[in-house]
Each structure stands twice: as C-alpha cells, then as structure tokens.
Design a protein around this ligand. Structure first.
Ligand code: NAD
Length: 309
C-alpha cells in the first residue's frame, strides 16, 4: 500500500500538541488540532456576525490554542504564514472530522486512563488503515492499544517527538505487539525524510530510551538536591552552559517540559520496573510532591522551579 500524508489530526493542543501541529504545518501538511477545551466565539466576534469557520476567528483560535498552553505569546516556532494550514476544534463536536485524515497523533496528558478514552473515541471515527500514534513520554504502548480492534492495533504505535518538536531531532518509534512492518517502515522513513528527524525504533519498555535515561538523570539530581541541600541555581549553573548546554540547564528544562509530565513518567518507571536496581531513585522526593500539590508545574502554570517573568 502506498501511503501519503496530506492531513494529520493532532489530539491535544498543549505544549507538545501545539508544537507538533506547527511542525507539520511548516512542512506543508494540513493539520486538524483538537482539544477537550471547547472553542467559542468572543462577544465581539458574535456581534460582528462572524462564525467559527471565518478566517479571523480561525486565526485567533489557532493563536489561542498555542498561547494557552504556553500561557504567553505564541511559540516562536509558530509562523503566522502557516496558520491557514491548522484548523482547530474540540473533541466533543469535531472528532468525526478525523475520518478525513491520514494520520492521527494523540498528544493529550500523560495518563493512561485519559489516553485510553481518547483512543476509544478515535476508533469510532477513524477510517480503517489510518495511522494512529501516541506521543506518550513513557506509557507502555501495549497498555494503550488493549481492547482496540485488530485494524487499529496493526496501525498503532508510539511516535515520540521531543520538546521543542521542531528543533529536537530524536524521533522514537515504538511498536506495539501488533504494529505492522509496513507502518514501522513508513514512519521510520517519513520521520527522516519529511520531518527532518533521526528515527530510532525503541522497544516497548517503560519510558523507552530517551526518557529512561533522561528521567534517571533528573531524578538523580532531585535526590541530590534534597540530600546535599543544593540550590536550584547551583545545579543549573553546573548543568547548563558550562557543560555545553546553553539553553538546557536541568531545572530550566523541567519548567519547560512541565513537572506533571515528568512526574507521570517517573511514577510509570517506579510502578512498572519493581526489580530495577535503581528502583528507589524513581521515587519522588518530598519537595517535588509538594510542588505538584501547589500546581508549580513550570511555564504552563506560570511557576515552577522559576517564576515565569
Ligand atoms: P500539556 O499538559 O501541555 O497538554 C495536554 C493537553 O491535553 C491539554 O491541552 C489538555 O486540555 C488536553 N487534553 C486533556 N484531556 C484531553 C482529552 N480527553 N481530549 C482531548 N484533549 C485533552 O501536556 P504536554 O506536555 O503537551 O504533553 C502531552 C503528551 O506529550 C504527554 O503524553 C506527554 O508525556 C508527551 N510529551 C511531553 C513532552 C514535554 O516536554 N512536555 C515531551 C515529549 C512528550
């Protein structure tokens, strides 16, 4: 079968969904960007007699979707020039539109229960043969596809974009137990040739490759901070520009990623790898649990390890 990707649906327009939508729009692919948050006309738009389909409103909705997740101005990877390639909508009213796309990418919160409900919804509307992938940071792929049809499972796998989706090159492709070779081969080539990434096929183990290593490093630092009384600034000074990472010192990175996402991944490894030699390392230190309670999740809530200026 010869596949082409003319239109993708991205479900979830948070930090990653909006970035992935922009990346596809930038390379010329039409995007349907859906989220649970319903879209609405503003009072002023309604007064002017505009509809949700009018261009001015669509452009605002695209901007809102992106800005909402970033709680500031749209991401620098978004270009107004490509706005018309992104159509936004909500999963309550617009899910049926996914019948017209070639690839559906799930990018909702890192929770198995929420993702499973989204796949149930997707299955109602997707055309047989359509690719469905998850951008999960670490939930085992076989948990997510459980209970879905044979056709769904054959065309389902993980496609893990890293943050920011436009710039980071690693593109992990994680097959489930029934993913077809045709799908894996297609995504591997598509990732390299069209998305400009380095495709790596990873085994379906908790947090795959990139995050199993990444979370190990971050959790080690969390524990060191607690045990040795290090400050956030000290750690960032030592793990930033001085070691050749100009923009990615540890705690700055955690603020960009979102503490909730990181915690879900660490908890996933803790729960699913009970015999791992480093098991205790994936337990959350108390200061991280406290930050979660206070909703200090990083840029998305305006406060994380740093306060958003
Ligand atoms: P986020 O919190 O910024 O956004 C999640 C979005 O999902 C929100 O806009 C929310 O409204 C939406 N949502 C929640 N329930 C929904 C539903 N039932 N239907 C439709 N939309 C729903 O999260 P994020 O950082 O964009 O992460 C999304 C996924 O990408 C997660 O699986 C995460 O692990 C993964 N990921 C995140 C990063 C990162 O750096 N943040 C990197 C790689 C992968």
């Amino acid at each position: 079968m010869k596949r082409t990707i003319k239109k993708v649906a991205v479900i979830g327009s948070g930090i990653m969904g909006s970035g992935i939508a922009c990346h596809f729009a930038n390379i010329g692919v039409e995007v349907l960007l859906l989220d649970i948050v319903p879209r609405e006309l503003t009072e002023a738009e309604a007064k002017k007699g505009l509809t949700l389909e009018s261009k001015i409103v669509r452009n605002r909705l695209v901007n809102d979707s992106l800005a909402n997740s970033l709680k500031s101005k749209p991401s620098p990877i978004y270009s107004q020039k490509f706005a018309s390639r992104i159509t936004t909508g909500n999963t309550t009213d617009d899910m049926a539109k996914i019948a017209g796309v070639d690839w559906i990418i799930e990018v909702v919160v890192e929770r198995l229960d929420v993702k499973k409900l989204v796949f149930e919804q997707i299955e109602k509307f997707r055309k047989p043969g359509t690719l469905v992938t998850s951008n999960t940071s670490g939930i085992p792929i076989h948990f997510m596809s459980e209970g879905r049809s044979e056709d769904f499972q054959k065309h389902f796998c993980g496609t893990h974009f890293f943050n920011p989706a436009r710039y980071l090159k690693l593109f992990e492709i994680i097959p489930g137990p029934h993913t077809s070779t045709e799908v894996l081969d297609f995504l591997t080539v598509y990732g390299e040739k069209f998305l400009g990434k380095t495709s790596v096929v990873a085994k379906d183990t908790p947090a795959f490759i990139g995050n199993r290593i990444g979370i190990y490093g971050i959790q080690s630092l969390f524990h060191l901070v607690q045990e040795m009384g290090l400050t956030i600034e000290e750690v960032d000074k030592l793990t930033g520009p001085v070691i050749g990472r100009p923009k990615s010192a540890t705690f700055r990175t955690v603020d960009v990623v979102g503490l909730d996402t990181l915690v879900h991944v660490a908890n996933g490894i803790y729960e699913n790898c009970p015999t791992d030699e480093q098991h205790d390392l994936f337990k959350l230190p108390t200061f991280v649990s406290k930050m979660m309670e206070n909703k200090w999740l990083g840029s998305k809530t305006g406060q994380g390890f740093y306060k958003k200026e």
